[in-house]
Write a protein that binds this ligand. Structure first.
Ligand SMILES: [Fe+2]
Length: 368
C-alpha cells in the first residue's frame, strides 16, 4: 500500500493584490531584503516600505545572483530585533533571506549548518515576495548557497525553513526581462518534471506537477514575447508556484544536481544551465520512468514522451537559451569534477534512474 508524508506549512497568497498583504503584518521592525537596484527602479521597494508602515523598515540591498554564505551572514548582522524578514526578489534573494531567518536564531555562521550543525530553533518569520516566475523558493524548505572559495553550491535544508507567508502577485513579474523570464520559466518546468518523475513523487505532488507543466508549456513563450501580457504572466506565476509545491512535496533530480555543479564553478544562470540540460536528462531518465512520462505527454497532447521532449527542446531553442555545456565555459577536463559534485548530493538518490559515475560522464560528454 502506498505511503507518503507531506509537510507544507506556508500560507500562500496568490493573485492580484497579494503584494498588498504586506500591510497586514503586525510588526514593530522588519528587515527587508532585496537584490540589485531593479526593485528600487521599478518602485516595488518604496511600495513595500509604504505597505509595511508604521513598522520601522531596515533595508538590506544587494543580494547577488547565486548568493554566498557570507551574504547570508551579513544579512543576519542586520536582523537585530526584527519581528519579520521580508525577501523581495527572485530565487537568489529569497534563498539568502530564508537562510538568514534561521541562521539568526540558531548559534553559528551559515556555513556551520552545511557542515553538520543542526537547525533546532524556529527562525524569524520569513515572508517571501517573489518577483520572478521560476524559483519556487517561496514555498520550499531549502536555500541554495554558494561557497565561493571552493566554487560549489550547497543546499541548506530544514523543515524549520519554510516561509511563513508566500506572496505571489503576478503584477510583480511584469517588468522581468525576456531572457530572465525564459530562464526562470525553464527552471520551474524542470522542478515540475523532476518532481513528477522523482522517487518521492506522490499523488499530491503529482497533482501540482501535472498542472504546472501544462501552464508553463502553454504560457512561457507568450510571457517572454510580451511581458505585459497579463494572462501569460499570471499563468506563469501560478505554474511556477505549483511547480515549487511539487518540488517541495517530492524532489528534484539529476538535472538539478548537475546544474548546481556547473553553476557553482562557472557562475552561469541556474535556469540557463537547466535549459541546456533538461532534454538530454529526460532522454537519459526515460527508460526508468516511461509510464510517468507517457502520462505527462498525453496530458499535454503529445503522442509520445519523445515528442514531448522535442517540444521542450524547441521551446528552449525558440527562447534562444543555451544548447551546449561549452557555452558556459565547461571543457572535457572539467567533467570528472562536475560528476563528483553531482554525485555528492544526497538527493541524487531520488532521481528517476539510478546514476553511476560512468552514466553521468557519458551524459555530460554528450552535452559538450
Ligand atoms: Fe531550480
Amino acid at each position: 500500500m502506498e505511503y507518503f508524508e507531506i509537510f507544507q506549512p506556508t500560507k500562500i497568497f496568490f493573485g492580484e493584490g497579494a503584494f498588498k498583504k504586506l500591510s497586514e503584518l503586525k510588526a514593530k521592525r522588519v528587515l527587508l531584503v532585496t537584490g540589485s537596484s531593479s526593485m528600487r527602479k521599478v518602485g516595488f521597494l518604496d511600495e513595500a516600505v509604504h505597505l509595511l508602515n508604521p513598522a520601522k523598515v531596515v533595508l538590506f540591498e544587494g543580494v547577488e545572483n547565486d548568493p554566498s554564505f557570507e551574504t547570508v551572514d551579513r544579512i543576519v548582522e542586520s536582523v537585530g530585533d526584527s519581528d519579520f524578514i521580508v525577501g523581495l526578489g527572485g530565487g537568489s534573494v529569497l534563498d539568502a533571506a530564508k537562510a538568514a531567518s534561521v541562521v539568526a536564531t540558531n548559534e553559528g555562521d551559515a556555513m556551520d549548518f552545511i557542515e553538520g550543525r543542526k537547525i533546532v530553533f524556529e527562525g524569524i518569520p520569513f515572508v517571501a515576495v517573489s518577483t520572478t516566475s521560476g524559483t519556487g523558493s517561496e514555498v520550499t524548505r531549502a536555500s541554495v548557497l554558494t561557497d565561493r572559495e571552493r566554487g560549489v553550491k550547497k543546499t541548506l535544508r530544514s523543515p524549520l525553513m519554510f516561509p511563513y507567508h508566500a506572496l505571489v502577485d503576478p503584477a510583480l513579474t511584469f517588468s522581468c526581462p525576456p531572457k530572465l523570464t525564459a530562464a526562470v520559466g525553464i527552471d520551474a518546468l524542470t522542478h515540475a518534471i523532476e518532481a513528477y518523475t522523482s522517487r518521492l513523487a506522490n499523488p499530491i505532488s503529482d497533482g501540482f506537477a501535472e498542472k504546472a507543466v501544462k501552464l508553463i508549456l502553454e504560457n512561457l513563450e507568450g510571457a517572454c514575447k510580451d511581458g505585459s501580457d497579463e494572462n501569460s504572466r499570471s499563468k506563469m506565476s501560478l505554474g511556477s508556484l505549483l511547480a515549487g509545491l511539487a518540488l517541495s512535496g517530492a524532489s528534484s533530480g539529476v538535472a538539478h544536481r548537475i546544474a548546481h555543479g556547473v553553476g557553482g564553478r562557472y557562475h552561469a544562470a541556474h535556469g540557463e544551465i537547466l535549459a541546456q540540460l533538461l532534454p538530454k536528462v529526460l532522454e537519459f531518465n526515460l527508460p526508468s520512468c516511461e509510464d510517468r512520462m507517457r502520462k505527462l505527454s498525453k496530458l499535454n497532447n503529445f503522442k509520445s514522451p519523445e515528442e514531448f521532449i522535442e517540444k521542450i527542446t524547441s521551446v528552449r531553442d525558440a527562447l534562444s537559451l543555451p544548447k551546449k555545456l561549452f557555452e558556459f565555459g565547461v571543457k572535457k577536463d572539467d567533467i570528472p569534477w562536475i560528476v563528483n559534485q553531482s554525485l555528492s548530493s544526497p538527493s541524487i538518490k531520488y532521481n528517476a534512474r539510478e546514476v553511476t559515475k560512468q552514466d553521468l560522464t557519458a551524459l555530460l560528454e554528450n552535452m559538450l
